[in-house]
Design a protein around this ligand. Structure first.
Ligand SMILES: Nc1ncnc2c1ncn2[C@@H]1O[C@H](COP(=O)(O)OP(=O)(O)OP(=O)(O)O)[C@@H](O)[C@H]1O
Length: 267
């Protein structure tokens, strides 16, 4: 399902946080939202998953303004997994937490049916969370929680996935597993990622936010130029496609331009 973010303006506590921010994800696209700390990434995501109403501009999912939909209808289309989701719901098992993803699909009686059970089971398996199924959610490690929260989002069977730095707590293998999982879903995804290497591996397109404005958007190599990496991220680095087809970021020996080169790098 297509996502269109058009000319968003958001002010928080009288500070302009986003101005005229626009982006687009075509059906099935994985779009990475990158930018330095405080550039407005999470704020933009909040507008997309309908937790923050913009003063100006519109977010359309599948052609509909998200604020024209009921909260339930919007939740059937969009699932969000957020960074540092905290302890989460107390006293619930992992399976119960994943089953919460089915809430927007329930009828008036609010009961789980066969389709709900199947969606929960499938999501537990897809996220490798089956061995955690009977555990108390609050007893899980940060990485285990993140996996379960992704399973909850998949159980929601959304048409748009919104991910805010969900690899933070994951070990290196789990990060790659997560990337593979997200790719395999085929769901249109908007993901905030700080790790530019991961972003380059996962995403079809990148959108770069800087001081509340979109300063670049497009295919990874078109966006991550040395000039942009220097001006927006403040580092000396290059992005190149290696012979194995993977785009990698190489940081200079003196990435901050401080005139200090480590001995090993100086040779
Ligand atoms: N509720 C709020 N009230 C006032 N300012 C806020 C509020 N929430 C966020 N901000 C400010 O808005 C700006 C953008 O914040 P946001 O969390 O969207 O940035 P971000 O790009 O996601 O940052 P990070 O990479 O550090 O997570 C920051 O300067 C932040 O301090």
């Amino acid at each position: 399902m297509k996502l269109t973010v058009d000319q968003l303006r958001i002010t928080l506590d009288r500070r302009p946080v986003l101005h005229s921010a626009s982006l687009e994800a075509r059906p099935g696209d994985i779009v990475g939202l990158v930018g330095p700390n405080g550039s407005g990434k999470s704020t933009l995501l909040r507008a997309v998953y309908r937790s923050l109403r913009p003063e100006h501009g519109v977010v359309r999912v599948g052609g509909d303004d998200v604020w024209s939909l009921s909260p339930r209808a919007a939740a059937r289309r969009t699932a969000a997994v957020l960074q540092d989701a905290g302890a989460g719901p107390a006293g619930l098992s992992v399976t119960e937490v994943v089953a919460l993803g089915r809430t927007p699909h329930h009828g008036l009686l609010g009961r789980d049916g066969a389709a709900d059970h199947a969606a929960v089971e499938e999501a537990l398996d897809a996220c490798g969370a089956r061995p955690l199924a009977g555990r108390d959610f609050t007893s899980l490690s940060g990485g285990e929680r993140q996996r379960v929260l992704l399973a909850r989002a998949l159980a929601q069977q959304p048409e748009l996935l919104v991910l805010d730095e969900i690899t933070n707590h994951l070990d290196i293998r789990a990060r790659f597993e997560l990337l593979a999982l997200i790719r395999s879903t085929g769901i249109t995804t908007l993901a905030v990622l700080h790790d530019l290497d991961l972003a380059a591996r996962l995403c079809d397109h990148l959108v770069v936010l800087h001081q509340g404005a979109v300063v670049a958007a497009g295919p990874v190599l078109d966006v991550l130029t040395p000039g942009l990496l220097r001006e927006v991220f403040g580092v000396a680095a290059t992005a190149d496609r290696h012979t194995d087809g993977v785009i990698r970021i190489t940081y200079g020996a003196d990435p901050l331009g401080l005139g200090v080169v480590p001995e090993t790098a100086a040779g």
